[in-house]
Design a protein around this ligand. Structure first.
Ligand code: BEZ
Length: 226
């Protein structure tokens, strides 16, 4: 049996229908005109996953301000998610108000290549592999803009996922890229495709460190920290 084509940056996010904690969804309809973070965790009622889902729930208002919808997934049932969400609230104070997909058959996990191929302990009671900690950042055109893969042992950094969204949205809006450890408000880098003449027009305060490295502050209204 042939495997699906690998998903890469720039691929269109495959569509699917699935049961979630908020009812049945068609993924492309769910995306609509929004950005979406589709992220998987290995298993409900496990320690690292509990801390992660709590952290994403607490940052949900910040994602919303940026036009981003969150949607979780694991190879557990919707009923299992519903019980676990109560624990997450109790333990972390985070109210999981975004949907979590019940992907017991691993239909979505296989389409997005979220299955664990290395950790023999990350399996269900029948020995079938669970999902890893995947993150897909998807834009309103349904294009995959970022893919992250973390092992079951390592919790993610929800603030880093938000920072990636800030970088992508800033880069899309202005012809800039963002340097190491950039956060909104920091100087950005003029995109290599922009000539110095164009840069003078677009970014009057830009400075040339090397011909290939040109920094600029964004004007205040462009650098707004949400
Ligand atoms: C956890 O969330 O703690 C976890 C889940 C599966 C395997 C290992 C750790």
């Amino acid at each position: 049996m042939s495997s699906p084509a690998p998903l890469r940056l720039g691929s269109i996010a495959p569509n699917f229908q699935a049961e979630t904690t908020q009812g049945k969804i068609d993924f492309h309809e769910f995306i609509g005109d929004n950005w979406v973070i589709l992220f998987s965790h290995p298993e409900d009622y496990t320690p690292v996953c509990t801390t992660e889902l709590g952290a994403f729930a607490k940052l949900a208002p910040d994602f919303e301000k940026r036009g981003v919808k969150l949607i979780g997934l694991s190879a557990n049932t919707v009923e299992s998610h519903e019980g676990w969400i109560k624990d997450i609230g109790e333990v972390t104070g985070g109210n999981v108000a975004f949907p979590i997909i019940g992907d017991k058959q691993r239909q979505v996990a296989l389409a997005y290549d979220m299955i664990d191929h290395q950790d023999a302990t990350n399996v269900d009671s029948k020995g079938i592999a669970f999902t890893i900690r995947s993150v897909f950042v998807i834009d309103p055109k349904k294009t995959i803009r970022t893919i992250l893969s973390y092992p079951a042992s390592t919790g993610r950094n929800a603030a880093e996922v938000l920072r990636i969204v800030d970088s992508l949205q800033t880069g899309d809006k202005y012809k800039v890229t963002t340097p190491i450890n950039w956060v909104p408000g920091d100087d950005v880098i003029v995109h290599p495709s922009v000539s110095n003449e164009q840069a003078k027009e677009l970014f009057p305060e830009f400075r040339i460190v090397k011909p290939y490295l040109r920094f600029t502050p964004l004007p205040k209204e462009k650098a707004t920290v949400l």
